[in-house]
Design a protein around this ligand. Structure first.
Ligand SMILES: *Cc1c(COP(=O)(O)O)cnc(C)c1O
Length: 387
């Protein structure tokens, strides 16, 4: 169905940060399939892992033990300081699990009509519950009645949360992105996440981080909340976890880890051997190739390079970034830039109407970063000069 307005290009193969279309034209991929292919395209480690697993087992069922699921679950728990994982097939499904977990936890605590705090301009997915949690009226329009039980506050605004806490006794959790992705690469104040943690501890709420876009090394640490020194009770992952093989995960610790019990939730495909083997290959590669450090290094270099390149250009109003999650905000809508960049052999994205979003692979090298800056600067200068 026509759910996407597609760009006029079809890719045939990829290698690292490069993609080739069916006419043989080469593109620098600064989007990674929207933060999915963090290891780049056709990464040999992931390729070998999924080929090998395909020759052994792709699916049995969650009614049996699954060794690869247990391996990946243990790795994720160890890395995230979590106790349990539920595996799904996408980000939205991982968030659905987190929302159901929060509601079930609340009902067990005797709260009849639980509500979850969510942020304006957030993005949590396209299923009915995650769409209802998403702070984008245009994405919701036409799909009413939405799922109830979400209370919306401005992002990066602690006073708004205190007001909600004082007026809404039925709040049980906060569901929030550590950095807003679709919302325009919005990076909150340095102490925001720690202050959310303190509020949740005081109120007895669950702190749920949607790290579907920010996780898996994207921001220069394995998880974006690692920059803040605190941990959530629940965290969701997807996008970069399988490097293109669909997989989502909802991790929890402490009491939150004991909420979902046999029969309370499930998934036919979730946590199958193939997807989990891909996830394990991704985690192993991030560790052996030290890709979080590379994301931090190349991200800082890109940020500084863009600040220099755009210093004298008045149409550029802000440049934000943490690791390889960068946003360049213009003073006007710039969706057109995506096509301009495509013509010049560069894949980028525009979100929140006027923010150029860059999510290059974590394997990016300095020469590739230089090329990205050069090509994008030319595109932006041409665009601003012509509008
Ligand atoms: C992409 C994304 C989702 C949804 O993931 P899907 O796999 O498309 O369902 C949810 N939350 C955030 C922060 C995302 O970036």
């Amino acid at each position: 169905m026509a759910t996407y307005k597609r760009l006029p290009v079809t890719f045939e193969r990829g290698e690292g940060v490069w993609l080739w279309d069916i006419d043989g034209k080469r593109y620098l991929d600064a989007l990674s399939g929207i933060a999915v292919c963090g290891l780049g395209h056709a990464h040999p480690g992931v390729r070998d892992a999924i080929c090998e697993q395909a020759g052994l087992l792709t699916h049995t069922s969650n009614i049996y033990h699954i060794a690869e699921q247990e391996r990946l679950g243990t790795m994720l728990n160890d890395l995230a300081g979590m106790d349990r994982v539920f595996f799904a097939n996408s980000g939205a499904e991982a968030n659905e699990a987190a929302i159901k977990l929060a509601r079930l936890h609340a009902h067990r605590c005797g709260i009849e009509n639980p509500a979850i705090l969510v942020a304006e301009n957030s993005f949590h997915g396209r299923t009915l519950a995650t769409l209802s949690a998403t702070g984008n009226r245009r994405a919701q329009a036409g799909f009413e009645p939405l799922v109830q039980g979400f209370v919306r506050v401005p992002y990066d605004d602690l006073d708004a949360i205190e007001i909600a806490a004082a007026n809404r006794p039925n709040i049980v959790a906060i569901l929030i992105e550590p950095i807003q992705g679709e919302g325009g690469i919005r990076i909150p104040a340095d102490d925001y996440l720690a202050r959310l943690r303190a509020i949740c501890d005081r109120e007895g709420w669950l702190l749920i981080f949607d790290e579907i876009q920010t996780g898996m090394g994207r921001t220069g640490r394995l998880f974006a909340h690692n920059h803040s020194g605190i941990s959530p009770d629940v965290m969701t992952l997807a996008k970069g976890l399988g490097n293109g093989v669909p997989i989502g995960a909802c991790l929890a610790r402490g009491a939150a880890a004991e909420v979902l019990t046999p029969g309370s939730h499930g998934s036919t495909f979730g946590g199958n051997p193939l997807a989990c083997r891909a996830g394990r290959a991704v985690l192993e590669t991030i560790a052996t190739e030290d890709l979080t450090a590379n994301a931090a290094r190349q991200g800082a270099y890109l940020l500084a390079s863009f600040q220099e390149a755009f210093a004298e250009i008045s149409g550029v109003v802000a440049i934000r970034g943490r690791g390889l999650m960068l946003g360049i905000e213009l003073d006007r809508p710039c969706a057109e830039l995506v096509g301009i960049a495509l013509d010049s052999g560069l894949l980028i994205n525009v979100t929140a109407e006027r923010v150029i979003r860059l999510l290059p692979p974590l394997i990016l090298t300095k020469p590739e970063a230089d090329l990205l800056v050069q090509r994008l600067t030319e595109c932006v200068q041409g665009f601003l000069g012509s509008t």
